[in-house]
Every structure is written in C-alpha cells, then in structure tokens.
Design a protein around this ligand. Structure first.
Ligand SMILES: Cc1cn([C@H]2C[C@H](O)[C@@H](COP(=O)(O)OP(=O)(O)OP(=O)(O)O)O2)c(=O)[nH]c1=O
Length: 589
C-alpha cells in the first residue's frame, strides 16, 4: 500500500495518541500504526470568540491537547514520547461552532440547526515531535493542520430527531451525530474525507508524515510544513511552510527581549555620562580612575564607578586594569567620534535634547497613547501648541539646546544629504527651517557653484551666530521669517530637511503650496526625512520617533511623493542614504 511506508516510519518510536476518542483509536489502529493512548486532560474551554475562523479554534484545541500530554508524560509516566498526536473535531453551521452536546436538549438544538442544510466538519490535528536533550530537557516541535469536510443533512422530522437523540448516539459526538453509525441515515451527501468527520483525517495525516519524514529531512529542521485541504465542492490544496512554533525558551529570543527591556537603562546611562561631561573629561585627561572622575564631575565615587562600568559594557569607554590598583578609563573610538562635545560629528547636542526633552515626553508615553496628544503639559508644565513658537520654546536655554540638537544632527547627516544627488544645475538654494546653517554649509561644500539662503524664524536666525563655522562661507546667508506666513526667498532649489514630519498633511499642503508658488518649472525641491518602508514596518527609529511627535507624522517615500505631486512636484529620485536621513529630489513641472 502506498501510504504504508509513511506509517512504517514511525515504527520503533514511542507514538502517543492524546485522545480518548474510540473512533480515532480505531482509525489509526486500522492504518497499522502502533501507539499508546494517553487521553489529554486539557479542558476544551478556549474562548471561541478569540479565533478568526472555526478551524483555528479546532487546531488550537488539538495543539493544547497534544502538548498537555507531551509535557505530562516525562513526569507522570517517566518516559518521553517521540510523537504525540492530538485532534479536535468540530461542526460549524451558520457561524456557530458545535461541539459535543451537553444533554438531549442541546443535541436537539444542534441537530435541528443542521436539518436540511450543508455544514462543515473540521478536524484540527497537532503532531508534537519531542526531542530529548542531553540535560533531560525536552524540545517540542509542533506541526499542525486541519481538514474540512462538507456534509449535507436531509430534512429531519421531529420524530426522526427525537428517535435519533433517544438512541444515545449523539452524546459524545461533535454536532450531536455519528456519521459512521445511525447518524449516517441523516446524511444526503459528504464532500471530502469521510474519516475526517468520524474524528481523524487519515489521508491528510499520512501526507503530513510524508512531509515530515521524507521531505523535511530531519524532525529538528527549522521548518515545519502545514497542509490545508478544503473541500468546498471543488478540491483545493495549498502547501505552506511556516517557521516552527516556538515552544522552547531560546536564549537568543530572551536576549532580544532583555535588550528591549533594558534599552532605556542604556540610553539613560549614555545621557547621564554625556550630561556629566564624562567623555569630554576623558578626552582631555584620559586614564582617570573612578575616584578621579568622580571628583572632576562632582559626583559620588560609588555612583561614578557604576556609571563608568556601565559605559564600558556599552562600548562607550574602555577600562584598563592596573596591577593592585583601581582600573582607569578612557574613551572608545565611538565616544571620541560622537560623544565628546567638540568632535566634528558630535552628537552631544542631540543627546542633551533627548535627555531633556524626549525623555520626559516618553515617560508620559502611556498617556500620550491613551489621549493621542502630545504630553508637553505633563512633562514641562506648559501647553505646547506649536513646538517652535510657544512659550516653552522661547526660553533661551531650551531654544539653544534645541538648536544644538538640530545642529549636531545636521552635521552628521548633512554630507550624505548634500551629496545624494547631482545638483550642478542649481545655482541658488533656500534651506527652509535650516536652523544653524549646518546643512547649508554641507551643501555649499559639496556644490561649489551653489549659494544657500537659510530661512528660519527670527529668534533662530538671531542665535545662529553661535554656530557659524570659524571659516565663514559667504555663499551661506540667513533670512529671518516664518515659512507658513512670509514670502519665501527666491531660489531654484528648495531644501526641506527634517521639516515635513513635524506637520500634519494640512500644514504640509500650506507649505508646499507656498513653495510651489515660488517655483518656476524646472525648480527643484529636495526633502530629507526618515522614509518609512512602504508597509510601515521599519525603520523603528522613525516609528519610535513618531511616539513623541506633536502634530506631525512619519511617512513613506510614496506618501511624501503623493503630497508633493499634488503641488506639481514630480519625485525624480529617492535615496536611502544609510545615514540618519533619506532624501528625495523632486522637480516642479
Ligand atoms: C461529526 C462526528 C463526530 N464524531 C466524534 C469524533 C470525536 O471523537 C468527537 C468530537 O469530540 P473531540 O473533542 O474532537 O474528541 P473527544 O472528546 O472524543 O476525544 P479527545 O478530546 O480525548 O481527543 O465526535 C464522530 O464520531 N462522528 C461524527 O460523525
């Protein structure tokens, strides 16, 4: 017989049927399978409302039945099975799931709902492969599938119904009937596997064994197969491979979760070391021990020691052991390049902004999510209507800090954005919201024929002097104004770097309309943002940033290009720069 070699693959293995169903036992015995029966203690009480489709309920119940036995046996039976088989049969009609009737009235309710109609019988099957490890722990690999059979009942008279119910046959059977016995008389037709109705889809089970033992190589393979065959008049088969259900505790997974749980501790350790100028100190005076650092940063020795050790573990500092003396600390290359405040690519300003502005906002994230509003009031005691112009922003110190943050990001990302496209045809550019001019300087550096006007709020332009490079470039100039209200400087290339995500679509339209009005055909518009993947599944940097944004939102390149298109800008190129920001160059038509 064709299927016998599949069943014979199980010979010599301890196979367990986790079922008290005499029908399942008979079907599998008749197929020549040798197995032990250990009925499952799993109570069939899963909440049906939680499942999108009835078969998912049957499969989940089958899984739980099989797993309960697989987990119990090593302790209660003092032996570990090789394979445990569980199954669950349900009948579905008119969106209801019918299991075994609890009494005669329940059987009547079920059978009368089936009378004269076609219904489905689903059996979910779970095969648990148990792999005993050296330390006596057991790995469980789970393969599941389901089979659907359509059954049509004849019209049932009241007399027939009660006669059948009084025979006692319905009581231990899903839907209140047994097709293999008296219940067969109620059936007009069956589409699909008859044995599936009786409680076990033997054919599908053998195909699954064939997949496991003849096609998936070893049972420890990282892929499990699942075959779904449905019989809806037409016979459709689809084979899908799925990652194995994760039943074991994998260290890698645990590490991933732990890294997420501890992420905030790492951030805060970095912020604190940065705020206390540890990286600046160890740059000017490398190889200090914890007590010396503590003295310089005016902190406790104990706390400083913990902070320094944490920074070592995060790859921000290196410690050097000295015989019989306390270890000394110095910056790693990473800290030298990004964390000391005078480094060319220093992120010190951005880190301060994260610590002082983003961190308090994130500590109210739960409220932000519940209310869907920004949490400035809770975090800073002031309502923020417009991040850039409200009282909060107007504090000199906060404004400087904000500009510092933007400055450091622009310095780190500027070159990648400025060199993303060939801009040789443009002579004049206007960087809208260009803040300290850091981005503008990168553009003039990269494009010798280009002059850039930085356009920003008067208060920002006034303070931008603090940030001008020592070697001034007279191709960069500053004009004060509000890009939502005032006339924009004339240019043949407009730059919007990290601007549009701050605003909702309505405001973006206002700004784009103003830019479009200022443009002649052929003018360019370069936008630089984090572009979300089209399915919005990544990058998490953009998605996490959105959690503390006020009115704005993160968008994909397509979403941006649609906004731009409605103002006559055709997206010419998109560049994913691998840096903080991506870029898109659009042309006005
Ligand atoms: C529809 C139908 C179901 N049945 C049976 C098959 C199953 O044994 C039962 C559905 O109940 P299940 O909960 O699937 O199985 P069970 O309780 O009998 O056994 P265990 O939970 O221990 O595995 O209904 C028939 O025998 N004939 C039929 O025509």
């Amino acid at each position: 017989m064709v299927l016998n070699p599949v069943i014979s693959k199980l010979s010599g293995k301890l196979v367990v049927l986790a079922s008290a169903s005499p029908r399942r036992l008979e079907i599998l015995r008749n197929a020549g399978l040798r197995f032990e029966v250990v009925p499952s203690w799993f109570k069939e009480t899963l909440d049906k409302g939680l499942f999108k489709a009835p078969h998912e309920y049957a499969v989940e119940t089958a899984k739980q039945k099989a797993l309960e036995v697989a987990r119990r046996m090593p302790f209660k039976h003092l032996k570990t099975p090789d394979i445990v088989i569980g199954a669950d049969t349900i009948v579905t009609v008119d969106g209801m799931i019918l299991e075994k009737p609890v009494d005669k009235h329940d059987a009547y309710r079920m059978l009368s709902s089936l009378s004269g109609k076609e219904h489905s019988v689903f059996t979910g099957v779970a095969i648990v492969l148990c792999h005993e490890k050296e330390n006596e722990e057991v790995d469980y690999q789970l393969i599941d599938f389901y089979e659907e059979t359509k059954v049509k009942f004849a019209d049932l008279s009241e007399d027939m119904l009660w006669e059948y119910i009084n025979s006692g046959e319905p009581m231990d059977k899903a839907g209140g009937y047994g097709i293999q016995a008296l219940g067969g008389m109620l059936v007009e037709y069956v589409h699909g596997d008859f044995l599936n109705v009786v409680g076990f889809p033997l054919n599908h089970f053998c195909k699954q064994l064939d997949l496991i033992y003849n096609h998936c190589a070893s049972s420890s393979d990282q892929e499990s197969a699942s075959v779904h065959v449905s019989h809806n008049g037409t016979h459709t088969t689809s084979i899908t491979t799925q990652p194995p259900p994760n039943l074991e505790l994998k260290n890698q997974d645990l590490q991933q979760i732990t890294a997420l749980m501890d992420g905030f501790k790492a951030s805060k350790a970095l912020f604190t070391a940065s705020e206390l100028c540890v990286f600046d100190l160890l740059h000017s005076r490398p190889r200090l021990d914890a007590a010396q650092v503590a003295q310089e940063i005016k902190a406790s020795v104990k706390g400083t020691e913990c902070l320094l050790e944490a920074c070592v573990s995060l790859g921000l500092l290196k410690s050097k052991e000295r015989t019989l003396q306390k270890p000394v600390y110095e910056n790693t290359d990473l800290a030298m390049r990004f964390l000391r405040s005078d480094a060319p690519f220093s992120l010190h300003g951005y880190i301060q902004h994260c610590n002082n502005t983003i961190w308090p906002l994130f500590s109210h994230l739960e409220s932000a999510v519940r209310e869907g509003t920004n949490q400035h009031e809770k975090a800073f005691g002031k309502i923020s209507k417009d991040v850039f112009q409200d009282a909060y922003y107007n504090s000199q110190e906060v404004k400087l800090r904000f500009m510092n943050a933007m400055h450091s990001i622009a310095k780190v990302t500027g070159k990648a954005v400025a060199t993303a496209f060939d801009l040789s045809r443009y002579k004049t550019a206007c960087d809208l919201g260009g803040c300290t001019g850091a981005m503008a300087y990168e553009f003039t550096k990269a494009h010798p024929g280009l002059s850039v006007t930085v356009f920003d709020l008067p208060a920002v332009v006034e303070m931008s002097e603090h940030f001008h490079p020592l070697q001034k470039d007279n191709r960069v100039s500053f004009v004060a104004g509000d890009f939502f209200k005032d006339e924009l400087p004339k240019a043949d290339l407009y730059i919007l770097a990290r601007i549009l995500h701050d605003w909702p679509d309505e405001k973006v339209h206002i700004l784009l309309r103003k830019i479009a009005d200022a443009c002649t055909p052929g003018c360019g518009l370069l936008i630089s943002e984090i572009f979300l993947d089209e399915d919005r599944g990544a990058p998490s940097r953009g998605l996490l940033q959105a959690l503390s944004m006020s009115e704005g939102k993160q968008r994909s390149a397509t979403e941006y290009s649609l906004l731009l298109k409605s103002h006559g800008f055709i997206a010419a190129h998109v560049r994913h720069t691998d840096n903080f920001l991506d870029a898109m160059l659009c042309i006005k038509v």
